[in-house]
Design a protein around this ligand. Structure first.
Ligand SMILES: *Cc1c(COP(=O)(O)O)cnc(C)c1O
Length: 517
């Protein structure tokens, strides 16, 4: 096929989609352009209660010179504005989103109701402990639940993100070693680790040392033995790792690291595969961080809020950030308070008690499911991932998308689009972009770096089999189409409000987003 013909095929695909789509009168008008002076989104009877005037309330020098530039629209226009924005975006409430819990899994809507309860949402962070007993009890109970899930007895809820949990864990490691009169300078990290791990190590003043990956996708034991020594402060590990594989040698890894007196840090950002099935504490880890905004269902699009609680073993407890929530017997019941009297604490990591609304949602999730429910979440997440893995080993997918590591996976697996690139001339990015035309969000691509042309697929527990089948069909169709005409995938997507973005400047110049509002 000539370049011209290929171009026309791409155009035709675009035109077909656009022609059938309903076209609102001006799909690109912003809410500011739709604004007309005096229009309102609500009507109330006139206020007959005497109230102070603005002049009485706000001194002259503090008053605005001009009214704020707010759009004035009717209620239907307001609702259309938000529905329109949500259509322009691809989100979990719209379709299959194989970035799974490592980015975001389904967030039950009930949690929003609970987090918005006035007793939680309106509680001032400086409220005295006696008047915040419910909130403190919720924090205490959440800590207990997370301790049980981790298999480690003590928890701090303070860190505001997974990466801050990592920093907390390394500061605890340093405090622990210094308390023993030891100076250690290095932290071992497998080369499959999440990018925040080496960044945190550097930030905490340690030197990151990469440990290689063995042929089965686990830690290379030889390399670990060679690099673990008296300078090693810690090993940071994710298990299952970012390839979605459970390390078969975890007991031996723990033995090696313990043998040189280092701490074992478990990056538990994504516990979706192991809740109620295996516990980091039982595997030999001393420190675990959780991402409540991943495994424990917090909507965190747009950058927040998150929470990265940390669980630790007994020997690290004295160093936990302060204050800690304590429960004491009082009369027939219990009283809760914040304990600041912690002389060996590493101090505070952030203001107040952390992102409290994330605690409410996570607690609701854990209590609604219970221990059996959480285990079922993990079992279904693993089942769904393996179902997809098995189906994608057949047909065209099996030919062009090869497994990075051909083993039973946990909650996610990694395919390599190398054959698609070599035989069809389309890359992982092209496949990801073409999926958008199938109402499927692209999976993570080009991570982990260890797998060439990586597509990382994490379906999560909430997807019905029909959605998984649709995903397989979409990939099969994209590959079949590319056998005929690779230009179609190379120019995809066709049905989205914007096509291929300059991703580097989109990330580096966020004012682009402001222009769209
Ligand atoms: C997301 C993630 C992190 C970082 O968590 P943030 O809350 O984004 O700081 C760390 N490790 C792994 C494995 C992750 O998936």
């Amino acid at each position: 096929m000539s370049a011209d013909a290929r171009h026309q095929a791409g155009e035709a695909a675009a035109a077909r989609e656009v022609d059938t789509a309903p076209r609102p009168f001006d799909p690109d008008a912003t809410i500011f352009e739709r604004s007309r002076p005096g229009r309102r989104a609500g009507t109330l009877p006139a206020d007959d209660v005497p109230a102070p005037t603005i002049e009485q309330l706000i001194p002259e020098h503090a008053r605005r010179r001009q009214p704020p530039r707010l759009p004035e629209v009717s209620e239907p226009e307001l609702v259309r504005h938000y529905v329109g924005l949500s259509r322009r975006n691809f989100h979990l409430d719209r379709g299959f989103y194989p970035l799974g819990s490592c980015t975001m899994k389904y967030n039950p809507k009930l949690h929003e109701r609970l987090a918005a309860l006035p007793g939680f949402a309106r509680l001032h962070p400086c409220t005295p402990d006696e008047l915040a007993q419910g909130a403190l009890e919720l924090m205490w109970r959440l800590e207990r639940a997370l301790a049980e899930i981790a298999g480690l007895p003590h928890v701090t809820l303070q860190p505001g993100a997974g990466s801050q949990g990592e920093l907390c864990g390394l500061l605890l490691t340093r405090a622990y070693h210094e308390d023993r009169g030891e100076q250690r300078s290095r932290v071992l990290i497998p080369d499959t680790a999440h990018g925040t791990n080496p960044a945190t190590v550097t930030m905490a003043g340690y030197e990151p040392v990469a440990v290689g990956t063995a042929a089965d996708g686990g830690v290379d034991l030889e390399d670990l033995r060679a690099k673990a020594d008296q300078h090693t402060a810690c090993l940071m590990l994710t298990n299952p790792n970012t390839l979605g594989l459970f390390d078969r040698n975890i007991a031996e890894i723990a033995r090696i690291v313990r043998g040189v007196g280092a701490t074992l840090y478990y990056d538990g950002a994504n516990l979706n595969a192991v809740m109620g099935l295996s516990r980091p504490g039982d595997m030999g880890f001393d420190i675990v961080h959780f991402n409540l905004h991943k495994t424990f269902t917090q909507p965190h699009g747009g950058g927040g809020p998150g929470a990265g609680p940390v669980a630790v073993a007994d020997h690290l407890e004295p160093f936990l950030p302060k204050p800690v929530v304590v429960r004491e017997r009082r009369g027939d019941g219990f009283a809760y308070r914040l304990d600041y009297d912690r002389p060996r604490s590493i101090g505070r990591l952030r203001g107040f008690q952390g992102n409290f609304s994330t605690f409410v949602r996570a607690y609701a999730y854990i209590r609604a499911l219970g221990p059996e429910g959480l285990r079922e979440v993990s079992e279904l997440a693993v089942l769904n991932a393996n179902y997809l893995r098995a189906r994608l080993a057949q047909g065209r997918a099996g030919r062009y998308l090869r497994p990075g590591f051909d083993r039973t996976c946990m909650h996610e697996f990694v395919l390599s689009a190398r054959e698609a690139r070599e035989q069809l001339g389309i890359r992982a990015l092209d496949i990801a972009k073409r999926l958008l035309d199938w109402e499927v969000h692209p999976p993570t691509v080009y991570f982990p770096l260890l797998v060439e042309e990586a597509l990382m697929i994490e379906p999560t527990e909430t997807e019905p089999v029909e959605r998984l089948d649709h995903f397989v069909e979409a990939l099969e169709a994209i590959l079949a189409e590319a056998e005929q005409d690779p230009e179609i995938a190379r120019n995809a997507p066709y049905t989205t409000p914007v096509r291929r973005l300059d991703e580097a400047s989109a990330a580096r110049r966020p004012q682009v987003r402001l222009l769209l509002t």
